[in-house]
Design a protein. Sequence first.
Lengths: 179, 275
Amino acid sequence: MANWKNHVRAGLQQRDQTEKLPHVGVFTTLSQLEERFEIRKQILDDVQCNSSERNGVEAGKILHLQLRETEHLSEKLSQTLSDLTTVLYLKEAELQYWQSRVSQYRQEAHTLAKGNNTLKARREKDELLQRWMEEKREEADRMNKNNDAQERWQHLAKQMKKHLQQQEKEKSLLVDASH
Amino acid sequence: MADDKDVLRDVWFGRIPACFTLNQDEVTEREAEPYYLLLPRVSYLTLVTDKVKKHFLKVMKTEDVEEMWCESEGTPLKWHYPIGVLFDLHASNTVLPWNITVHFKNFPDRDLLHCPSNSVIEAHFMSGIKEADALKHKSQVVNDMQKKDHKQLWMGLQNDKFDQFWAMNRKLMEYPTEDGGFRYIPFRIYLTMSDRPFVQRLFRPVSPEGNVHTLGNLLKEMYPAAIPNEGEPKQNQVVIHGIEPLLETPLQWLSEHLSHPDNFLHICVVPVPTD
C-alpha cells in the first residue's frame, strides 16, 4: 500500500488515541448518568404530584418509578430497532446497487465478447476472400502464360507452313523447268 | 469512488471532547455547572449543542437569554465551519477537553452568522454540497438526485448515521475512469494569520500532461509559504481532520476520503507550536 495512505491511516488512529479514546468512556457514562438523572427527576416529580394524597405508599412509588424506567428503556430499544432496520434497508439498497452493477458489467462483457466474435468471423471472411483472390490471380497469370505460348506456337507453325509451301512451290518450278 | 471505507469511518467518527462553561458576565439565578460533550468533528456547533443550551437555560431567567453563541479563548466560533476545522484552527494545541465559553448576550454580528433554527444549518450544508458538485461534475449528480436523496444526506449528518449518509454521498464521489478524477477539487484553505476567511480557487486533480496532482502541488500554487524551504525549520502545519497528510498524497484521493460531509476538503494551515 502507498506510503501516503498508510500515513493518513496511522495519523487518524493517532489522533483518536489522543482526542477521542481517552475521553469517550467517561463522556458517554456522564451523558448516560445525566439522562438517567433527568428522567428520574421528572418521574419523581410526577409521582410525588400524583401520590400526594396517598401518604405512605412508598412501595407504590418505587414500582411506578421502575415501570416508567422500563417504559423508557423499551422506547430506547424500539429506537435502536428502528435504526437497525434502517441500516438493514440501506445495506439491502447497497447490495441491489452492486448487483445491478455486476449485471451491467456482465452485459457489457457479453456484448464485448459478441463483438469480438463478429470481428473474428469478419476477419476470417476477409482472409478467405483475400486467399481466393490471390488464387484467381495466379490462375489468370497461368492462363495468360499458356495463351502466350500457344500464340507463339501457332505463329511459328504458320511460318513453318508458309515456308514449307514456299519450298514446295520452288520445287515444282524446278521440275517444270527441267522438263 | 471512495473505497477505503476504514478511512471514511475514522473521518466520520472523529470526536473532540469539549467543556462548555457559561460566560461569567451572564446573569444567573444560581451557579452554572460546566457541561461536557463529545463533539463530532464533521458536524456543526449549533447542530449538536441543544443539550448545552438546555443545561444553561435552567439557571437563567428567560428575559436574560438571547441567541446562544460560543467562543474559544476570545475568538467567536463560526457555527458554519465544521467543528473539526474550528478546533484545528483555534485550539489544536490546547489541553483537552477543549474549553468553550457559552454566551447568551452581545451576539458578535460582525463575526458570526445568526442561526435561528436547524433549517438554516441544513440550507448552509446543502449549498456546500451543491457548490462542491458544481466544481466536481458541473452539478450533474446533485441535480439528478431527488428531494428525498438530499434529505437523506442531511438526515445522515443530523442523526450521525454514517451508512445512511454514505449510501447517497457515494454518488457524489463517482467520476469517469478515463478522466482520472473530478473536474475540479472542491477545497478551502484556512489561514490563521490572514484577514481572508479562506483561499478557494479552481484546481484540477490531474495536470494537462496527465500527472496526478498532490497536496504539495495545490499548496505550492495556492499558498507556497505553507511548504517549508529545504534546510529551514518547518513554520506551518498543514492539517486536515486533525492530521498532517504527506505532501505527496494525491489530491483526488484526499478529496474522496478526507472531505467533510459538505464535500469540501477543508485544509487548515496553522503555525507550528513554539513550545
